[in-house]
Ligand binder design. Sequence first.
Ligand SMILES: [Zn+2]
Length: 438
Amino acid sequence: MTTYWAAHAWLPDGLADDVRLTETAGRFTAVTVGARAEEGDHRLPGVVLPGFANTHSHAFHRALRGRTHDRGGTFWTWREQMYALAATLTPDAYLDLARATYAEMVLAGVTAVGEFHYLHHAAGGTPYDDPNVMAEALRTAARDAGLRITLLDTAYLTGGIDAPLQGPQLRFGDHDADAWAARVAAIRPDDTLTVGAAIHSVRAVPLDDLPTIAAHATGRPLHVHLSEQRLENEQALGTFGASPTRVLADAGALGPATTTVHAVHVTPEDVATLGSTRTGVCLCPSTEQDLGDGIAPAAALHAAGARLAVGSDQHVRTDLLAEAGSVELHERLAGETRGVLTPRDLMTLLTAGGHTCLGDPTGGRLAPGAPADLVAVRTDTPRTAGADPAQLVLVAGSADVDTVVVGGVVRVEGGRHVLGDVGAMLGAAIRAAWETTR
Ligand SMILES: [Zn+2]
């Protein structure tokens, strides 16, 4: 048993003062407000928040950070650079890159990641001896870095609507939806790994296979990229006569266990559908900025009843506080007004909302019965000094994270990860990843 004490903590009802959190066997067993710090308490600095959920990640995209800005282009030209990297990554290189990427996430306060995993097979699409060796690399990486992982194993069956997989895409593909389901069935969940499912997009899974995948995902999280780019909408309308949202709804792929990712180019009808089905929507503001995707109608989705979450996606930035704050800042730019989503709304999408999307409705809360995950954010740094602790989500960033505890185990203390120099880990892993592409 461990007891933590904080001057301020973000509880389900909002900010509370003088809080003692008691942890037993990886879960909170008591939360007491107005408690005096006692000898033996682990005293935490600043404001203690629930663990953050990074609801949408492609770990290997971290190797693209800061290497794509000299070429201009579009989402589609950026994708060519991503494919060049995907063409040659080995399981060992993938493990090292994912471990370092996840360690950076934990430094930023992430205690659970949703890994949208489609880099499955060897070059040309040949399965490895263990057809899930790449998924196992992600399991090991998450365990080493010390965060929970929901493995969203992704069905990626076509290179575009009615187009075969080509080149590096062959590594992503299983023969058909049944082959995908058989491979995924062999991945075993454990204490910190949840097996979920994903449909890459309506571009990458044939219409007839969508119900098979949705049925296979019953009882687990199902994620899907949705309307990140206008071209996807145009192709869906041209081929199916319906928006991607409508295509997914008709296939039975929307609902409370489903999370759509991006939802940038959605119509008012799509927003109503996502809301009425209580589907989740994961926004990835830094990716949507970086790739020039556009701005998702977050406030309209929220008002319609969709559950919001955030993800760092391609990791142009690994700062989930900034991702959450950017949801509101995008609303201000798009609507020319302030305060559309409250700091409390933003805290919810960063924590409980995201964890629910990852399949754990008890996660992301400082409450008895919840996993003992917490993040202490300093309030005395040059960035945070003087701010109202209740508005920290719009002020603080990953550099202000002091302590991260996952399942009762301290993974970050004093702003340092227990694994050591994460910058050095990332540098070595990224050099090695690009080395193999020469
Ligand atoms: Zn993505």
